[in-house]
Design a protein. Structure first.
Length: 86
């Protein structure tokens, strides 16, 4: 009985870890569509928030093109995967 309980806890832990894993699916889809349709957009990324800049921007956050932001997201996903292994 204890062994079955431990297995259930392990499965629950794996489920929670996998559901909390970010894939950035929506933002990647938006960025790829901007690239495909030659939309000249600029983006910021700060505190896990993506913002498309439509008007004059006077903030201090770094500005990314869609290509740059896709590379940054891929890098974040790889880093997260490395942390999970360790």
């Amino acid at each position: 009985m204890v062994r079955a309980y431990q297995l259930v806890l392990m499965e629950l832990k794996n489920y929670i870890m996998n559901t909390n894993k970010r894939t950035y699916k929506t933002i990647k889809w938006i960025l790829r569509n901007h690239i495909k349709n030659n939309v000249r957009s600029l983006w910021t990324y700060e505190d896990d928030n993506f913002t498309c800049i439509y008007e004059n921007y006077s903030g201090e956050s770094r500005i990314y093109t869609p290509h740059q932001l896709l590379r940054l997201i891929d890098k974040m996903i790889k880093n997260e995967a490395k942390r999970e292994v360790n």
